[in-house]
Design a binder for this molecule. Structure first.
Ligand code: SAM
Length: 429
């Protein structure tokens, strides 16, 4: 018999404790929306906003577990001829995912119980989008996993990837070391028992305890095992990510933290405004150095979540009048934002996003308020700009497209950094 190319303990863990834990019957009441897998986001970041998802779009969910991403993608694409392949090592996880799909009457999913590392031999064909969340860091050689994924990615396709973040998981690794010492020679049930006991009895200044809610409130056996007792887990800093993916594979990285977008990676946003001198220096630092600084500053990036593409120009471009700006993730409306982003001499508009704990600072231009007012998720920039130029105050000296794009740049960048405004091409109207 051939030696398997995965750790038997890893397979065993996910057979006994499928992840994420789920109750298939919950599909009757709610749809879990996984952050990276919303089609407007995939389109904006991987397909220049030009993908209509109507032409036999093929998706691989690699290490799909109990099916959160698969179900969400499949639901969004159920009225198209798209195909989704859900691949995982664990038969019990696949069984739960299948049950969820059956409740939703989803028929566009193909199920494969195999290892990611065997993908090149499985003749699955090529994919437009590959989701791989929380899997590669559990392989002995994560790069072998990445190579397997890249072997079936279409040249113009994109990957949605999540791997652990080292800085944010500092206290988790301390707890893992502690539990390894406590659990030598113990079986799975005892390991869990000891972990729960220690968690309930942590001293006040233990780093894990200090981090409090940052590690989530899921105290299920599967969650505790996954984070504190895993037999194979590694994490990455931002510089390591760039060395691996950008330098090593020539991939373009677009980081997008759940609900926060790029914001936690931007030191100009995570650093207090009083740090004037350092803020000034930031302009001279490369993107990866600024992201690395912010990772160290903000401290809570337990996961790095991102889109990867071969193309450097996969993101929908700002500055093309054929694109439609639209609001996502928050119920923003153009008219209300228009009232907020009014030019006020030297004063910026400051938007406090309470839920994110983010403070967005932008200098709106003379026309930004009017531009916002005309954004309805259907109009292109060209159509919006025509409406702005038709307004009485603009008729005498109508601004051209270039002026209007420059005018709107800062408000756009601020809202785009938290992924509340995205773009799609008019061909996808
Ligand atoms: C932490 S779970 C993540 C599940 C899912 N991606 C999610 O985010 O909800 C990791 C999954 O990867 C699967 N896995 C681990 N190693 C694998 C391998 N070599 N090939 C295929 N799946 C693997 C496990 O069975 C498990 O279902």
């Amino acid at each position: 018999m051939n030696t398997p190319n995965y750790l038997p303990q890893v397979k065993e863990q996910y057979e006994h404790l499928p992840y994420p834990p789920c109750e298939p019957k919950d599909e009757h009441n709610r749809l879990i929306r996984t952050w990276l897998d919303s089609l407007p986001m995939i389109n904006h970041y991987c397909f220049q906003g030009k993908e209509g998802f109507k032409n036999r779009f093929r998706i691989l969910v690699a290490g799909g577990g109990t099916g959160d991403a698969t179900i969400f993608l499949s639901e969004q694409l159920k009225d198209t001829n798209a195909e989704i392949v859900h691949l995982d090592l664990s038969s019990s996880s696949i069984a739960l995912a299948k049950e969820r799909a059956a409740i939703r009457k989803l028929t566009n999913i193909h199920w494969v119980q195999q290892s990611i590392l065997d993908i090149p031999q499985l003749e699955l064909g090529q994919f437009d989008y590959i989701n791989c969340i929380g899997v590669l860091h559990h392989l002995v050689d994560p790069d072998a996993g990445m190579n397997a994924l890249l072997s079936v990615l279409k040249p113009q396709g994109g990957i949605g990837l999540m791997v652990y973040g080292q800085i944010g998981r500092t206290a988790i690794y301390q707890m893992q070391s502690l539990l390894q010492l406590a659990n030598q020679g113990c079986n799975e049930a005892d390991k869990l028992l000891h972990a729960k006991e220690i968690l309930a009895a942590l001293p006040a200044l233990n780093w894990y305890k200090l981090a409090g809610d940052d590690y989530g409130d899921d105290q299920s056996d599967a969650a505790i095992y996954d984070s504190l007792l895993h037999s194979q887990d590694r994490a990455y800093t931002v510089p390591q990510l760039y060395e691996w993916l950008a330098d090593g594979h020539g991939l373009t990285i677009a980081l997008s933290d759940v609900n926060r977008g790029r914001f936690p990676y931007l030191p100009e946003m995570t650093l207090g405004r009083e740090a004037h001198k350092v803020r000034h220096l930031l302009k001279e630092r490369s993107e990866r150095d600024r992201y690395a600084m912010s990772e160290l500053l903000i401290g809570d990036l337990t996961r790095h979540i991102m889109y990867l593409t071969h193309r450097a120009d996969a993101k929908a471009p700002y500055g093309d009048p054929e694109y439609i700006p639209f609001f996502v993730h928050d119920p923003f409306c153009g008219r209300a934002l228009g009232e907020l982003f009014v030019q006020k001499g030297d004063e910026p508009t400051v938007l406090h996003h309470q839920e994110l704990g983010a403070m967005l600072v932008a200098y709106p231009g003379k026309y930004s308020s009017k531009i916002f007012t005309h954004i309805d998720g259907q109009r292109t920039f060209q159509e919006i700009f025509e409406l702005v130029r038709a307004e009485p105050e603009c008729r005498n000296a109508p601004p051209d497209n270039e002026q209007l794009f420059a005018d709107f740049r800062q408000p756009f960048d601020a809202l785009n950094s938290i992924e509340r405004i995205l773009l799609r091409h008019l061909s996808c109207r």
